[in-house]
Design a protein around this ligand. Structure first.
Ligand code: NOJ
Length: 711
């Protein structure tokens, strides 16, 4: 037995049933010392605190628990409970702590896992010294529906990109050594399929086939487990009739047994009694029974386990072995975090300037240039610009949803970013706010109009879905009003979710997708506007042309009568084009790149693939412009004919590469068993013999391809 297991067994052997059940109980933290809570800790009735007091902390100004109180709660657990088991403090440290990074969907556009990992390391350093042991992040839910407000918390529509981001964030949070004082345990959430809520309605049901789950929704969780995520949160939704919280199949059979997850599963806030609402449990006792037997280890805030598990054990409805398994998992994470040795808040300093520098870089790399007519961007350093729109001076909404510890005062607004970095730029602006009617600005003296468009952070996030993703009339009016002044227009879009922009596109010379960029918003935007940073962000989601196109995502299977390629043939609507506005993986640069590789056909045997042999493809990336730049080269695979219909294309690898002006770089890509395989109708991962098309380019429409035959 490993040392860790010996320690777990030793503690477990001393625990009473009540103490075991107590470990499964997470309560909301008190904001002031509370003798009743101290007494519950002494009795061993509390295993964890969530450092927030509301069900939707993402939409509220969060409460902060003082360091002294956290240490006092911990002291009571360690010194005054019978076995001295430390409590674990969890908090929604989602896309930043004090330094706020771009929201996950925006950051995914960077296609830069190394940088994301470094930035999340910084987040962990800031959070751990505020007493956070465990973050309820990353959210790795794949989403194909921009109406769903929570699509902004995840990495977009692609399972491969989602998996890479999941790993990067988890490795960043947890560091090399989970027991280090500046590491926090990660929580991959919301397992499973939450992003498929029907109609984009939050908390709603999903209908997902196992084939689709295994090939699209599950891969990021598999990667999260492989990357060592210590916890997983069960989702609110049901999948085809069974709530995730009470699904033994998805929680125990797949996550714990098949994927080998050895950490613990936490419920979402109040999700156990919600199974009553979902119609599979009659009362809280039955809800506790179902969810516990499904394998849900820790209960967030609703205390059904605390109230009912003992009786359920006595009645033989749940087993003590299962209880032991859950407690082992929770103790394992506490031990791995080193909480028994170092239960109190560590003291160390952080290099906030470094964190800001990294955040600025990530924000810059996350910006996607969608249109740049006549190369209007980058702007001349001495340009004269008119700056207008509701986001010019905004410091709150640009942080995005779920910002519990970030301070708007630390944010650089767009105006400040331009003024501070480009003092020679002549700026005419009207200080603006959402409440104010923004149909005109004081004057349009500038040679170029830069419009800062967007929506409030309350339009996305938990319980903030919309039925219509078209850009609002107010924003359209701002654009049209600017257009009549006959100056070129640069539109900066500060929307966390994909929106449909067909109404403004014809009026804009340049369109820059900024998403929600966090603390460094203004600096990053200025860097891109004036060319210090050459944009290299790529869309992690398809941008629909209009709401009615939803769902529209690149990795779909082909229609029965579609001709080759995307969105054409019989897929057309009478009242709307078939293609989206911008495809997945798309993003322009101030440079021009030529991507080439040997297009001759190749062969490999299935046996060789099974033995680990890969097909190596050398990609040449030439920068055929006078501007240095970074390009994200993307490799897509299509399995031409298989036992199941396979997607038109699937992203299987990407690499960001910096290429100097008039220079070239070579990249090595590899295609092997993992890239060619899929989960078949029986749930087995297989590579089937036959033809595969391999496309390489800089978005999902990449047209250069080679044919690979697997025989
Ligand atoms: C509900 C949300 O679904 C989840 O993402 C969050 O971590 C918990 N509440 C805790 O705040």
């Amino acid at each position: 037995m490993e040392e860790l297991d010996v320690r777990i067994e030793k503690i477990l052997s001393q625990m009473t049933i009540d103490e075991k059940i107590g470990q499964l109980n997470q309560i909301s933290s008190p904001l002031v010392p509370d003798e009743k809570v101290f007494e519950e800790i002494r009795k061993g009735n509390i295993g964890s605190f969530i450092l927030s007091t509301t069900a939707q902390a993402g939409n509220d100004d969060a409460d902060n628990v003082s360091a002294n109180l956290l240490n006092e709660l911990q002291r009571v657990a360690v010194e005054e409970s019978r076995l001295g088991i430390p409590v674990i403090f969890g908090r929604d440290v989602i896309h930043g702590h004090n330094t706020v990074l771009p929201i996950a969907l925006t950051a995914a556009a960077s296609f830069d896992d190394a940088l994301v990992k470094e930035c999340y390391r910084n987040v962990a350093r800031e959070a751990a010294r505020d007493g956070v042991h465990w973050t309820f992040s990353p959210m790795v839910d794949l989403s194909r529906d921009p109406r769903w407000g929570r699509c902004v918390e995840g990495p977009g529509e692609d399972p491969y990109l989602g998996s890479k981001m999941a790993r990067a964030m988890i490795e960043g949070f947890q560091g090399e050594d989970l027991a280090a004082e500046d590491s926090v345990a990660a929580c991959a959430k919301h397992y499973l399929g939450y992003g498929a809520s029907e109609g984009g309605r939050d908390y709603f049901k999903t209908e997902i086939s196992e084939y689709t789950i295994r090939n699209f929704y599950l891969p990021a969780y598999k990667e999260a487990v492989d990357a060592g995520a210590q916890t997983v949160m069960a989702a609110f939704n049901e999948i085809s009739g069974q709530p995730c919280s009470s699904s033994r199949y998805w929680l125990t059979d797949v996550l714990k047994k098949e994927l080998g997850f050895d950490g613990f599963i936490v419920s979402d806030w109040g999700a156990i009694p919600q199974t009553i609402c979902q119609g599979v449990a009659e009362d809280e006792k039955q809800a506790a029974e179902l969810c516990f037997n499904a394998g849900l280890d820790m209960e967030m805030v609703s205390a059904c386990y605390l109230k009912h598990l003992k009786e359920l054990i006595e009645q033989g409805m749940v087993s003590e072995e299962q209880l032991d398994d859950s407690v082992r998992r929770i103790l394992r994470v506490k031990l791995r975090l080193g909480l028994f040795e170092k239960p109190y808040i560590p003291k160390y300093s952080v290099d906030k300037d470094k964190h800001k520098r990294d955040a600025r870089r990530l924000a810059g790399e996350s910006i996607v240039l969608l249109k740049n007519k006549d190369n209007i961007l980058p702007l001349n350093l001495e340009s004269s610009i008119t700056l207008a729109g509701p986001m010019v001076t905004d410091k709150v909404n640009v942080l995005g949803t779920w910002v519990l510890d970030g301070n708007p005062e630390d944010v650089t607004s767009v105006l400040e970013g331009i003024k501070g970095n480009y003092p020679k730029c002549d700026i005419n602006y009207r200080d603006s706010a959402f409440e104010e009617e923004q149909l005109c600005v004081a004057n349009y003296k500038g040679d170029i109009t830069v419009l800062c468009l967007g929506e409030t952070k309350m339009m996305t996030g938990e319980a903030n879905s919309v039925s219509n993703i078209e850009i609002s009339d107010r924003m359209i009016n701002i654009v049209k009003n600017a257009y009549v002044k006959k100056k070129p227009i640069v539109a900066l879009l500060f929307y966390a979710r994909p929106i449909a922009i067909k109404e403004i596109e014809p009026y804009c010379d340049a369109i820059v997708w900024c998403g929600n960029l966090g603390t460094e918003t203004g600096n990053a935007v200025a860097d891109v506007l004036f060319g210090k940073v050459n944009p290299s962000g790529k869309l992690p989601v398809t941008l629909p042309y209009c709401t009615g196109q939803i769902p529209i995502y690149y990795n779909t299977t082909a229609a029965s009568r579609a001709v080759n390629g995307y969105y054409d043939g019989y897929l057309n609507y009478h009242d709307c084009q078939a293609a989206p506005m911008y495809p997945f993986g798309f993003g322009l640069s101030y440079s021009d790149f030529d991507i080439s590789f040997d297009l001759s056909n190749r062969k490999i045997s299935l046996k060789e693939l099974e033995e680990g042999k890969t097909l190596k493809i050398k990609i040449k990336v030439r920068n055929i412009s006078e501007t240095d730049g970074r390009e994200v080269v993307q490799l897509y695979v299509k399995d031409v004919a298989a036992s199941m219909a396979r997607p038109i294309r699937e992203l299987k690898q990407y690499k960001g590469v910096f290429v100097k002006a008039n220079n070239e770089e070579e990249l090595d890509f590899e295609v092997g068993y993992r890239e060619l395989g899929f989960y078949n109708a029986n749930g087995n991962f297989v590579v089937e013999k036959g033809k595969f098309e391999i496309f390489v380019g800089n978005d999902c429409y990449a047209d250069k391809k080679t044919l690979l035959e697997v025989n």
